[in-house]
Design a binder for this molecule. Sequence first.
Ligand code: 5GP
Length: 237
Amino acid sequence: MTTERTLLYTGKSKTIYDIGEKDVVLVEFRNDATAFNGARHALLEDKGRINCAVDAFLMGVLAKNGIKTHWLKRLGPTEILARRLDMLKVECIIRNRAAGGICKRLGLERGRVFSPPLFEFFLKDDALGDPLLTEDHILLLGLATQEEISTMKVLSYKINDILSPLFSEVGFDLVDFKLEFGYYQGELFLGDEFTLDGCRLWDQKTGDIYDKDRFRQDLGDVIEHYKQAALRLGIEV
Ligand code: 5GP
């Protein structure tokens, strides 16, 4: 894409550009993979392209099901046009099963099913290591209002209700995932991304891991698994 662009923000795996239009940004999905707050880094060939394709597909599914998302259109293999959101500084996590952080924090057995699914907030702050937040913490820090807290929870559960069956139909358990929301013209929209970098996906039969834990845990074949997951969802990569 040859649009005039000005760098707005460089994240760990995405770059956001201004393209001279007030309400939109260009989002580029890069091949960078990071873990442990940036302590591990690698360039994984094709990751940006696969993430961009998976994100486009899942944001499309969510939009069709009535979720307002920042996603507008694909501009190229690794680039999208998105609404420019004013992001809230919290991460919303839904957990259908125990894995990762919650096992460490509460000593839970990996794989334990949560019914109903568990919702958690985390502070979006690398310097502090993204700590867990209670709703009172959010109010104390002025990160969101009670109404925004409720809206983010309702939207997160709704997104889980849409995506869990979609993954289940192709033999995956959507174990957990992270969402980020922001304001666009006075309304809360889903921003950031929904890719295999920000969720856990286990094969229902074999228990095989198809998400970024392959990179975090050095299990190998990260991109092969990302591709396989995309293909099973019917996404061309
Ligand atoms: P945990 O709290 O177990 O580390 O993460 C829960 C879920 O949220 C996992 O699917 C994980 O990939 C996702 N997640 C949490 N924090 C981040 C983050 O900073 N970046 C990304 N890409 N995903 C995250």
